[in-house]
Design a protein around this ligand. Structure first.
Ligand SMILES: Nc1ncnc2c1ncn2[C@@H]1O[C@H](COP(=O)(O)OP(=O)(O)OP(=O)(O)O)[C@@H](O)[C@H]1O
Length: 241
């Protein structure tokens, strides 16, 4: 579903690579967690996946589509929710959802079913007629998530999705992530909440200073480092070396 092939990225004339020759794959039906210390290269990688940044080298395939050769084709395959979504504040929630559905040419019946389902799950059904400027931070995040789900993407890319969500919304989002994957879709997300990553993800990659230092299922990572510890302990051990 997502193939990252030896990508690197250096910003401006900085000598240090923000992302340094990483390669990995996210398979269909997989929830893949991307963890690493501050400044490790998570957001840079995500921005390259969602075509907001171009890698200096390497390539990214999304459901077989090279995202630098066919940007529009690649964009049809995924949805992206950044850690701090910037939305059109003046429009209403429902207008935003219709806008997103129009962009992805989602048929009327499908958009209605999906919008109703997710608005109910995230308890936004009463506020959807209000302008986004009146929403709290968490409500804005929820409407961005619903907007991202409206075209039923094959790949759901999320940067720090749990931040700002209340416990119920966070629980519902995790359920949605699993549901998507049960239908053969994939989820790729970054997080600092290692407990969530350990419980939720099928596979995890740990990135440090732009390089992947561990990857696999929790069992594979534990085997590689020769430890029975939690992801948190393994993470601290690997990243503080
Ligand atoms: N626009 C930019 N210009 C210059 N350097 C940048 C830019 N964005 C990121 N960097 C640098 O690239 C490196 C990776 O940053 P990135 O934002 O990808 O890390 P991250 O893993 O997402 O961190 P965090 O957990 O703090 O969000 C850091 O050294 C950072 O200073």
């Amino acid at each position: 579903m997502l193939k990252i092939e030896n990508i690197s990225k250096t910003y401006g004339d900085k000598k240090i690579k923000a992302v340094d020759n990483i390669h990995f794959e996210v398979k269909p039906g997989e929830i893949f967690g991307f963890v690493g210390p501050n400044g490790a290269g998570k957001t840079t990688t995500i921005k390259m996946i969602v075509t907001l940044l171009r890698p200096d080298s390497g390539r990214i395939l999304i459901n077989g589509v090279d995202n630098s050769q066919d940007i529009m084709g690649a964009k049809q395959q995924f949805s992206y929710v950044p850690d701090n979504p910037e939305l059109f504040e003046k429009i209403k929630g429902i207008e935003y959802l219709n806008f997103m559905a129009d962009v992805y040419q989602v048929p009327e019946a499908d958009r209605t079913v999906r919008a109703e389902k997710y608005l109910k799950i995230f308890e936004l059904d009463k506020a959807v007629g209000d302008p986004i400027s009146s929403y709290s931070h968490g409500m804005k995040q929820k409407i961005a998530l619903i907007g991202a789900l409206i075209h039923d993407p094959n790949l759901f890319v999320l940067d720090e999705p749990m931040v700002g969500l209340d416990p119920k919304a966070s629980f519902e989002l995790k359920k949605i992530m699993r549901e998507q994957c049960d239908r053969g879709k994939s989820v790729f997300f970054s997080t600092h909440v290692l407990d969530v990553a350990e419980k939720l993800c099928d596979r995890i990659a740990i990135i440090k200073k732009g390089q992947i230092i561990a990857i696999g299922t929790m069992d594979e990572i534990r085997e590689k480092v020769g430890s029975r510890e939690s992801l948190e302990n393994i993470f601290l051990e690997l990243t503080e070396k």
